[in-house]
Design a protein around this ligand. Structure first.
Ligand SMILES: Cc1cc2nc3c(=O)[nH]c(=O)nc-3n(C[C@H](O)[C@H](O)[C@H](O)COP(=O)(O)OP(=O)(O)OC[C@H]3O[C@@H](n4cnc5c(N)ncnc54)[C@H](O)[C@@H]3O)c2cc1C
Length: 402
């Protein structure tokens, strides 16, 4: 490991590796560090992602691409469902192999990749924690080293500390933070359809302020995960809610693995840069504020960040002012849509379970594949006029204008 690079990327999840790939392609010298001993493990993910984004970073490979998702069914607590196609072609992946393949690609393009290496502090221009970020202190293999970088990208995920060290406000309110718990279950043959993912929603009987998802990995195995708003988890934990669901729906299933994790669902931070530092992925709250899917969004965020970073490094100006273009690019691409998805989550959170049940029952009878958004919304408003008030939020955020 050298002691100076153009770019230091902290965290080798999808966002960090995507940043390293794009930066190496642009000819920058890159160091990508990961605190875990092994990239991608343990897996904290339902393992569904949008194929088009993945494909722009590496060729699709059977090593990590398991099978396509042909439909999503959204269930109410009474067991009725609305079936919709994915909004973009989606794959179930082996997330461990996916993350590893991305990091390998970055390495093949010339990035240096170091696992078991934790960023433990930032270096600053002025010393004493003041001035622009100029690198980081890294701890690995029993020693500490100071690595200088012309620019640092924080891709350290939901537990991100790096952005906070740099003075950015990253702690989400509890109501905008999902806590997640997930089992990989086996023995599900005949009880799942491998190409068909499920969401189960029920504010009082399934997952308050969240949902359960069932993402099949084969015809016998599925990731069955639950997220609830952290503000709801005090009364009954995410694990307890999930166990109740599994007892009802998949009794006697085998448990192959268990993961717990969190996801900020605020929509992206308004400020994702400071002097000498940019933030990407979950660390920048780039996950979808409704479903919490964050793999492809983090990778796109990384791509936008590096696009701005390369130009800034060429000009020799990595001040916050120069890097702020990244905030603008993100907002232009996802700002309205994420504000709308955030508003939809808030509406669902406030909605009584019985009202949601009615909407799903109605949706189950509608020809969704041939209906326009406007027709669908008209039908839903007829069934549930109180939504009219809520719809104002969506109009102002742009969802109904699309
Ligand atoms: C239960 C659950 C299910 C989910 N299911 C899906 C899904 O099906 N589809 C989807 O798109 N998204 C899903 N998500 C969200 C998705 O996993 C994240 O959005 C995605 O991993 C974000 O990628 P990232 O690279 O920003 O962060 P991460 O993948 O979290 O990577 C950050 C990396 O930084 C490392 N790191 C942290 N601190 C340091 C440090 N100081 N020094 C060095 N390294 C450090 C971490 O070890 C980690 O490897 C799920 C999340 C959870 C919790």
């Amino acid at each position: 490991m050298k002691t100076a690079y153009d770019l230091l990327v902290i965290g080798a999840g999808p966002a960090g590796s995507a940043a390293a790939i794009r930066a190496a392609e642009a000819g920058l010298s890159v160091l990508l560090v990961e605190k875990r001993q092994e990239i991608g493990a343990p897996v904290r993910c339902g393992e569904a992602t949008d194929i088009e984004t993945a494909e722009r970073f590496m060729p699709v490979s059977p090593r990590w691409a398991l099978h396509p998702v042909t439909s999503y069914a959204i269930f109410n607590a009474r067991g009725e469902s609305v079936v919709v196609p994915p909004s973009s072609p989606t794959l179930i992946i082996d997330r461990r192999a996916f993350d590893l393949s991305l990091a390998e690609r970055a390495a093949r393009l010339g990035a240096e990749v170091r696992v078991g290496t934790t960023a433990v502090g930032l270096l600053h221009e002025g010393g004493n924690g003041s001035g622009a970020v100029t690198g980081a202190r890294l701890r690995g293999l029993g020693r500490d080293v100071e690595v200088r970088a012309r620019l640092v990208i924080a891709a350290d995920g939901v537990e991100s500390q790096v952005a906070r060290w740099a003075g950015l406000k990253t702690i989400p309110p509890l109501a905008d933070y999902y806590v997640g718990f997930q089992f990989t279950l086996s023995g599900l043959a005949g009880r799942i359809n491998p190409d068909h993912c499920e969401y189960h929603v029920g504010a009082t009987s399934i997952a308050p302020g969240g949902y359960v998802c069932v993402f099949p990995k084969s015809d016998d195995r599925a990731n069955v995960g639950l997220v609830i708003a952290a503000s709801q988890a005090r009364a009954t934990s995410a694990q307890a809610w999930l166990e109740r669901f599994i007892e009802r729906r998949y009794p006697r299933a085998g448990v192959l693995s268990v993961v717990a994790g969190g996801i900020p669902v605020t929509g992206a931070l308004k400020t994702m840069v400071t002097d000498g530092l940019m933030v990407v992925g979950d660390a920048a709250h780039q996950a979808d504020p409704l479903t919490a899917g964050g793999i492809s969004l983090g990778m796109i965020g990384a791509e936008l960040a590096v696009q701005v970073a390369v130009a800034a490094l060429q000009r020799g100006d990595v001040s916050a002012r120069a890097l702020r273009e990244y905030d603008g690019l993100w907002q232009a691409r996802f700002g309205k849509m994420h504000a709308a998805l955030y508003a939809v989550r808030k509406i669902l959170t406030r909605m009584a379970e019985a009202d949601f049940d009615t909407l799903v029952a109605l949706g189950a009878r509608l020809p969704l594949d041939t209906m326009s958004h406007a027709e669908l919304i008209t039908q839903l408003l007829k069934a549930h006029p109180a939504l009219l008030l809520e719809a104002r939020t969506l109009v102002t955020t742009g969802l109904l204008l699309k």
